[in-house]
Design a protein around this ligand. Structure first.
Ligand code: ATP
Length: 524
């Protein structure tokens, strides 16, 4: 991807945040300029210590497995007050982090150092000396081979290398507006089962239907919790559709990438060209729609959706919840999505879990001569890792790593120890801010309108603060987002409420118990 090579992502993300909070700021060009790089504010050691803290937070938020897969080989190159430079060994890793973790990375850096506006990821082979006045990052000419990382903690390193070694270079959508497609994620490597049969069939139909004759499912909306194979299906559609008709204009785009491209096009005054390029698409695949934020971004997205669907082009959208539950999404977009057909991918049942494990094990055997995991252990994993495809894959990677680095056969006893944190994990129920407001209002005998109002009587202020505190602790929503959902308040008001409730609970056991009770009521 051309844009993946540039450092614009960081500034784009900062711009996205500004856009999400105040569109007019971005439109008037008041976004922090990426070229405004200040001199270093702290010594190299202090910066490296900040990176250590960011890594600790990443580990906690993402879990050890995800962290090891994507961040274990990220290295800190340098920082100044506005920007941070990280390096990775492969283009694929760079694209993946940019597509999936950019916002999180920036947010976590901003927790440590509020002035950071930009994160730049470079590929180590193409690393260059850090300059005080930054030029555009060097283009990455060719994919580098993935090296195992012997200096990492053995088991984790192996998990990372097992995951990475099977990764050929991603397809470079060289000139198009799309995000990279992972060539491993095809229909052939996707396991079909009761949980995903309908979604799988619809995905195949989309890939096989020629341009200009969209399927009856337009837009096709795929909804599923984490790790159940949405991204896999979208990548599979993209690759099968391109293989069936190389002339077909197929674009896979994450919602984050769409926002980034849109904001970047506004900044460099290429918005018209950007919009036109989107409207020429035959098949558009949008991933992680839940991350689409910002009024003008959503407006543009809605225009694009309308133009494509009305022009008989096929659109497929994936998100982690039904369209009706995408609370931050503009009602016009939701209503357009409701006009299509939605299919849910359920958690994998035992048979599907077995299939996914067997197929991953075959791939590992092809790659690591001599790897041996007994059938009983595979069955144990299928029976006990029940959450999703990603955890199943992670479990198998860990077992391969265990075999690789200990030189001992994998046994049931050793597998139980290696996988103990994955066993029996189920997806937590998703809590909505609306549910919290409802439960809190009933409990304190106030109305929801009171909670959202500007009234400042004590009987309303305290429930409102508790509802904000619960929204912060029980949902992944950001402070500005919570502020918006509570009658358009500023994020500092939400932060104050969260701190106030924490402080009160420390001194008042009764209040702490009441909040605990509310949590249980919300969770029911
Ligand atoms: N039915 C399946 N067959 C084969 N692999 C699967 C299946 N379901 C999930 N996986 C694998 O599990 C991993 C996670 O899947 P994927 O990234 O597609 O999930 P997702 O639904 O997009 O999750 P998220 O919302 O977290 O991005 C991928 O490596 C994918 O290949």
């Amino acid at each position: 991807m051309r844009d993946d090579r540039t450092g614009d992502f960081g500034s784009g993300t900062a711009a996205l945040k500004a856009l999400a909070n105040a569109d007019s700021v971005v439109m008037s060009g008041a976004v922090v300029s990426p070229s405004a790089i200040a001199e270093p504010v702290a010594g190299a050691e202090a910066d490296a210590a900040l990176w250590d803290r960011v890594k600790r937070r990443l580990r906690t938020e993402l879990g050890e497995d995800v962290f090891q897969s994507w961040f274990a080989r990220v290295e800190f190159e340098g920082a100044d007050s506005l920007s941070v430079e990280l390096s990775v060994p492969t283009r694929f890793l760079k694209s993946w982090i940019q597509a999936h973790y950019f916002d999180k990375l920036l947010t976590l850096w901003q927790v440590e150092c509020a002035s950071v506006r930009r994160i730049e990821i470079i590929v180590r082979g193409a690393a260059r000396q850090r300059q005080p006045q930054r030029a555009e990052p060097a283009a990455v000419a060719a994919p580098e081979p993935v090296q195992p990382a012997p200096t990492l903690i053995p088991a984790a390193a192996a998990a990372a290398s097992v995951a990475a070694a099977a990764v050929p270079a991603p397809r470079a959508d060289a000139e198009g507006p799309g995000s990279p497609v992972d060539p491993r994620l095809t229909f052939e490597t996707f396991c079909e089962g009761a949980a995903n049969r309908v979604a799988y069939a619809a995905a195949r139909a989309v890939a096989e239907t020629p341009s200009g004759r969209p399927t009856a499912y337009n837009p096709l909306y795929l909804n599923a919790g984490v790790g159940r194979g949405k991204t896999h299906l979208l990548h599979a559609i993209a690759q099968a559709a391109r293989a069936a008709d190389p002339a077909r204009k197929v674009v896979y785009l994450t919602a984050e990438h769409f926002m980034f491209r849109f904001v970047a096009s506004l900044k460099n005054q290429s918005a018209i060209a950007f919009k036109e390029s989107l409207r020429e698409i035959d098949l558009l695949l949008i991933d992680d729609l839940q991350f689409l934020q910002g009024k003008s971004v959503q407006q543009e997205f809605c225009h694009m959706l309308n133009a494509l669907i009305d022009g008989a082009r096929q659109v497929v959208v994936a998100a982690d919840r039904p369209a009706a539950d995408l609370e931050t999404l503009d009602e016009r977009v939701r209503s357009r999505l409701r006009g299509g057909v939605a299919f849910e991918i359920e958690p994998p049942d035992l048979e599907l879990r077995r299939q996914i494990l067997r197929s991953r094990y075959r791939a590992a055997q092809a790659q690591h001569a001599g790897v041996a995991i007994p059938d009983t252990v595979i069955e144990y994993v299928a029976q006990s890792v029940v959450s999703n495809g990603r955890d199943l894959e992670g479990a198998l990677n860990r077992l391969v790593a265990q075999w690789q680095f200990t030189n001992q056969p994998v046994t049931m006893a050793s597998a139980e120890i290696t996988l103990r944190d994955l066993v029996g994990v189920r997806e937590p129920r998703r809590v909505k801010i609306e549910d919290i407001q409802k439960v809190v209002a009933v409990h304190f005998n106030v109305s929801k309108a009171d909670l959202l109002s500007s009234r400042r009587t004590r009987t309303i202020v305290r429930p409102r603060q508790i509802a904000m505190y619960l929204s912060k602790t029980l949902t992944p929503r950001s402070l500005p987002e919570i502020g918006r959902r509570f009658g358009g308040r500023d994020h500092t008001t939400v932060l104050h409420a969260v701190r106030k409730v924490e402080e009160l609970m420390r001194d008042d056991r009764g209040l702490a118990d009441e909040v605990e009770l509310l949590k249980r009521m919300i969770d029911e």
